[in-house]
Design a protein around this ligand. Structure first.
Ligand code: TXA
Ligand code: MG
Length: 338
């Protein structure tokens, strides 16, 4: 199959929508990461997504909508707290897990009775959903196990020959996937996967905000977890990644001890970094910048053929928890204190 790189003009979106209507899978931009889009109500279309991704079919797909009312036919009921969340954070990088209605096939929900619903802010995504006339299932558009794609080039690298088309809308403004939450009791929110909408943001709605234990701890493959995605190997470049807990004033000395095939990823360039044997890549000096750079960096390390990379511990607060959650998985939970 030839994979066509489309732009994001109305013509391009129309073409992509025709493919979706025909049961095909298309690369779709969103504000978080690129997704692999297909008709969420069509079991065979969801099967094609799993096949293109090489993903285990018990890992549920997120269903994307382009107007609030679309949610009503997709879920059994919407608790008041979910309505408050949708008012405050949609359209945007938030996925709410709710009891699914019968029109969502089990192929889409990964066999679960629940479904994650998201209303993306990206206009190309919204237009594609609208033109397709159906809710759209879309996991991140990477091959299972590799870093999520934050630009069309990444999608092409992973999906060339596996899907008919990709809509190119430039690089994603956020860079890490949406926050996934479920609800507990009348007014509890549990974060299953952290994202740009943070625990602090949910505190404005309720003081009962819980962080699932799978977020910052490893989960054994046979363990039952609230969010099945957490148990799979994730975001792993070929390069061996380690997180370092290190004071700024020790960075130059540590970097000086590293060999040529190694990279150190730091908030800003280390002084005189051109004199180092190792490569010095920039992580960014805010949590937002680190979120935007993370997946790019993981892919760049492989392009540079680095065999080892040290990342400084992600900055805390806001989207920082999401960066730490993804980087811990890329590093197979290796953190060392220096
Ligand atoms: O930002 C995003 O959410 C992107 C863009 C394309 O929208 N999508 C995305 O999908 O990241 P995916 O499939 O790569 O990750 C979805 C995560 C998985 O960890 C999955 O286990 C969890 O959400 N999830 C989906 N539906 C769920 C459900 N019903 N219950 C629990 N977790 C669910
Ligand atoms: Mg993913």
């Amino acid at each position: 199959m030839r994979t066509e790189l489309l732009g994001c003009s109305d013509e391009d979106i129309k073409l992509a929508a025709q493919l979706i209507k025909a049961g095909e899978v298309v690369g779709m931009p969103t504000e978080t990461v690129y997704g692999l889009a297909a008709n969420a109500l069509e079991p065979n279309a969801s099967k094609k997504i799993y096949k293109a991704k090489g993903r285990p079919s018990d890992n549920p797909l997120i269903v994307h909508i382009c107007e609030l009312e679309m949610i009503n036919s997709l879920v059994k009921y919407i608790p008041d707290i979910a309505k408050e969340c949708s008012k405050k954070f949609w359209s945007g990088p938030l996925t709410m897990v709710l009891p699914k209605s019968d029109i969502i096939p089990f192929e889409t929900s990964g066999g679960l009775d629940t479904v994650g619903i998201r209303f993306p802010a990206n206009q190309t995504a919204c237009k594609l959903i609208e033109k397709s006339g159906v809710p759209i299932a879309a996991p991140s558009a990477n091959r299972s196990g590799s870093p999520s794609p934050t630009c069309a080039k990444h999608v092409f690298e992973d999906m060339n020959g596996r899907i008919p088309a990709i809509l190119d809308d430039g690089s994603c403004s956020i860079g890490v996937e949406s926050t996934v939450i479920c609800f507990e009791g009348e007014d509890g929110i549990r974060i299953l996967r952290p994202g740009f909408i943070s625990a602090e943001d949910f505190m404005q709605i309720t003081d009962k905000v819980y962080i699932d234990k799978g977020v910052l701890h490893s989960v054994a493959n046979d363990q039952k977890v609230a969010s099945p995605g957490m148990k799979y190997k994730h975001y792993s470049p070929a390069c061996d990644v380690t997180i370092i807990d290190i004071d700024n004033h020790k960075l130059a000395e540590f970097a000086g001890s590293l060999s040529e095939s190694t990279a150190i990823v730091t908030p800003n360039l280390i002084e005189n970094s051109q004199k180092l044997k190792c490569k010095n890549l920039v992580f960014g000096d805010t949590a937002e910048k680190q979120a935007k750079n993370l997946f790019d960096l993981l892919r760049e390390l492989d392009e540079l053929k680095c065999t080892k990379a040290y990342f400084t511990r992600p900055l805390e607060g806001g989207v920082g928890m999401a960066v730490l959650n993804r980087l811990l998985r890329a590093a197979a939970f290796k953190v060392i204190k220096i």
